[in-house]
Design a protein. Structure first.
Ligand code: C5P
Length: 285
């Protein structure tokens, strides 16, 4: 049996640049892995793909992205499907934290080890992209610029050690609906050049200053103002929505500030986590 840890991600930056010929959007993002992780196990069974997930609200069959990732792995490697997959959920879903993509990434990494296929990271990313745009980043992990659909990845300097509070309001957001809302709105574009410069130089202050997420302009999350207020009052250097939301993250230099912020947020928000940035994606443990 192979055990794989699957870190969540946040978007330090997310801009929509245009529409690609394949219908997807061309993006410019800065992605960061954090140590809020699902745990996936893969082992061989009696043929076929079987999946169980600790959260009964998620599909336990071929509709689950982790199942789709296994099917894509077997198709790409020409191996007869044979996998028993378990998914232990810690990352909230429909949260803007790539919880599903992290599971898919972990399945591909785990099956590569289980079957000794020795795929390169790029080959695994190529398989991952067939099931979701964020899967390649979830395989690579760390701190990356992500372009095009999200699959063109360039590593930048690791984010300085810090504490990242995640607060997930109850109501989930559909990514497809978020893109549709962005398509029908005028969008103000944040400064990607200055953000790129800050990331390339490992300039933490610059990253906090030039961060941005265009989905905040088109996705209403009622709790967002209150969450951001609390984060600011507790000393966050940056507070912003991740992905298409609804999760809001706050970045703190001091652990006590992050913990104090999390305690206050827990009075009104059920899902609150204190995390740290990590320099890896889906990894066998
Ligand atoms: O690839 P994924 O399944 O994560 O995409 C979820 C939704 O977001 C889809 O509706 C897809 O069209 C949209 N999307 C997009 N452009 C991207 C990534 C996702 O339009 N670069």
């Amino acid at each position: 049996m192979i055990k794989v840890t699957a870190p969540a991600k946040i978007n330090l930056f997310l801009d929509i640049l245009g529409r690609l010929d394949n219908g997807f959007h061309s993006l410019f993002m800065v992605m960061q892995s954090v140590d809020l992780c699902d745990e996936i196990t893969v082992s061989k069974g009696n043929g076929g793909i079987a999946l169980t997930c600790s959260d009964s609200r998620l599909p336990q069959d071929e509709k689950n992205i982790a199942y789709k990732a296994a099917a894509a792995f077997f198709k790409a490697t020409d191996i007869q499907p044979d996998a028993v997959i378990t998914v232990e959920k810690k990352i909230p879903f429909e949260a803007g934290l790539a919880g599903g993509s992290a599971d898919a990434a972990a399945v591909i990494v785990g099956l590569d080890r289980l079957f000794g296929t020795n795929l390169t990271k790029q080959q695994m990313c190529d398989i991952g992209l067939t099931v979701g745009s964020d899967v390649p980043f979830c395989i690579r992990g760390g701190t990356c610029i992500a372009q095009n659909r999200g699959e063109i990845l360039s590593e930048v300097k690791p984010l300085k050690d810090c504490y990242i509070v995640l607060a997930k309001p109850e109501k989930g957001v559909s990514t497809a609906a978020a893109f549709a809302a962005a398509d029908s709105s005028y969008i103000y574009h944040p400064d990607s050049i200055r953000m790129l410069d800050a990331c390339s130089n490992g300039d933490f202050e610059g990253i906090c200053k030039y961060a941005g997420n265009v989905f905040e302009q088109v996705i209403e999350v009622v709790e967002r103002v209150e969450i951001k207020d609390t984060m600011r009052e507790c000393g966050a250097l940056l507070y912003q929505m991740s992905g298409s939301g609804p999760t809001v993250f706050g970045i703190f230099e001091k652990e006590e500030d992050a913990q104090a912020c999390a305690s206050r947020l827990k009075e009104s928000i059920a899902d609150v986590y204190v995390t740290k940035p990590v320099g890896y994606g889906a990894s066998v443990i």
